[in-house]
Design a binder for this molecule. Structure first.
Ligand SMILES: C[S@@+](CC[C@H](N)C(=O)[O-])C[C@H]1O[C@@H](n2cnc3c(N)ncnc32)[C@H](O)[C@@H]1O
Length: 482
């Protein structure tokens, strides 16, 4: 299709008046002007706004815009809790709080609409599918700020913590970030001079441990950057080791550099032997624990581990003796739940691709940390592999009966989803049920489409507001063969 001419009114930088009709996946709203679709951010359905055109889509068929003024506000609008991300206060607001201008209940209503639309459009579910009509994105807590236990900061050229405007590499210094957990906010990270570092990943665990990982620019000495930042940490927080704070310094990863060329990592403070944090969760009166290393994956909302494990357990209704595959297992959150439910006569296979996180998972079960009385003797195998590659390897053994066929499969892939090949492999495994935990409803929609073509149907569906004030949403779907 040839490129359509761009109407003069829709040239980048022009300001137009829009009234959005519906919410789109990805944090924008769909409006129409000059016979074109405009994806406009920082607004709400039905309100009248003036918006600046910020970009042109493929073949000039659609456009992007940011609200600059509200002419007729939505009843769901509120003052944005953080000026740097407020489109009415900034020409290019910081990303990461794109729904902050909307009441939390309305944010959840929008996310509900997005999950429904993705499952209809990409998953092929009929619009009157009862579970879609009944779906309501559920709040995890009353508080919509202070939930991020993991925050990734950029570092500005002047060496201060910074964040990026939406879809931009520009770094803008920040004094504070209200989505960050209170413990991280109290550190006042903006006081540190991080010259020589390019990124800071800050974590606080459910046990109160703090891990600050500094990626040091390849041109800098890790040792000298570590010394300067460690000195400042001592001045800012006193005896930071006693406060369970660990500083970890690692050379920035740049593609193409061989292992031997990298400078060694350095760790200072509480966990100076190995930079990890401990996460914990109460389960039936006992306590499950997981070690998660620097760069390893853990859910970022404090209530997410409890809500997700309870939902997956409720949907699967596992019995003693079952075999479960936990694919994209991370450090073993669902593995631990499944191991407790299936007991010594069952088994769990956990497949995780990241070197750090799969090593964490292996150790969490080998050491017994992630086991309770009921799972003390459950055979748990942790495999570091790409999920598709591992399933390809073991499918012949499962088919011949040399390896146990799983009765239940748990899938919790990253944002891109599992994809057609993995969904076909899961179908070949022939479990009686599959639970899919999705952080992207579009990926869930696509993978639902593949599963439905193979005769599976969604038989339970829930969604959680695990990322308040952003457009992100977590969905959990149970699939059973029709
Ligand atoms: C959303 S996390 C879920 C982890 C875990 N279920 C939890 O809740 O803590 C997804 C995990 O999948 C891993 N992953 C992503 N793509 C993968 C792949 N192709 N094969 C194996 N693991 C992968 C990531 O490293 C990450 O740990």
């Amino acid at each position: 299709m040839a490129k359509a001419p761009i109407p003069e009114e829709l040239e980048v930088g022009k300001i137009i008046t829009l009234t959005p009709e519906r919410v789109a996946h990805g944090g924008s709203f769909v409006a129409r002007a000059h016979d074109r679709v405009i994806f406009v951010r920082h607004t709400a359905i039905g309100e009248k706004v003036r918006a600046r055109i910020t970009g042109v889509g493929a073949k000039n068929r659609f456009f992007f815009a940011d609200t600059v003024e509200v002419l007729e506000p939505s009843e769901h609008r509120r003052p944005h809790p953080w000026a740097p991300a407020d489109a009415l206060a900034q020409e290019s607001p910081l990303g990461g709080m794109e729904f902050g201008h909307l009441n939390p209940d309305y944010q959840r209503e929008l996310k509900t609409q997005v999950v429904r639309e993705q499952l209809e459009r990409l998953g092929g579910l009929p619009a009157d599918f009862a579970l879609l009509r009944l779906l309501r994105v559920e709040a995890l807590s009353e508080e919509d700020l202070g939930w991020r236990t993991r925050v990734h900061f950029a570092v500005s050229p002047a060496g201060r913590v910074a964040m990026h405007p939406h879809s931009s590499a520009e770094t803008r210094e920040v004094e504070d970030f209200p989505l960050a957990h209170e413990t991280l906010r109290k550190l006042n990270l903006s006081q540190l001079d991080l010259t020589g570092a390019v990124r800071l990943d800050a974590t606080v665990s459910s046990t109160g441990e703090i891990l600050l990982v500094f990626a040091v620019s390849t041109g800098e000495s890790v040792e000298s950057v570590a010394r300067k930042i460690t000195e400042q940490a001592g001045s800012a927080w006193g005896d930071f080791t006693a406060q369970n704070i660990t500083l970890h310094f690692t050379e920035e990863r740049v593609g193409g550099r061989r292992r031997g060329q990298r400078q060694p990592d350095l760790t200072r403070g509480a966990q100076s032997e190995r930079p990890t944090v401990t996460e914990e969760l109460d389960a039936d009166g006992a306590r499950l624990r997981w070690k998660v290393g620097a760069g390893g994956f853990w859910q970022i909302h404090p209530q997410a581990p409890a809500a997700l494990t309870a939902t997956v357990a409720e949907m699967l209704e596992l019995s003693a003796g079952e075999t479960v595959f936990d694919l994209y297992s991370g450090a073993g959150l669902f593995t631990a739940m499944a191991a407790a439910e299936v007991g010594a006569k069952g088994s769990v296979l956990a497949v995780e691709g990241s070197a750090v996180t799969s090593a964490n998972a292996r150790e969490n079960f080998a050491s017994g940390l992630a086991r309770i009385k009921e799972s003390k003797k459950t055979p748990v195998e942790v495999v570091r592999s790409d999920v598709g590659a591992h399933l390809e390897k073991i499918l012949p053994s499962v088919a011949s009966g040399r390896l146990g066929r799983p009765s239940a499969v748990i899938l919790d892939p990253s944002r891109e989803g599992a994809g057609k090949k993995v969904m076909e492999q899961c179908n070949q495994l022939a479990p009686s049920r599959i639970v899919y935990v999705a952080c992207d409803p579009a990926a869930l929609g696509r993978d639902t489409g593949y599963l439905r073509q193979m005769g599976w149907e969604i038989t339970a569906l829930r969604a959680f507001d695990m990322y308040p004030n952003t457009h992100h949403v977590e969905t959990v779907a149970l699939f059973e063969k029709r």
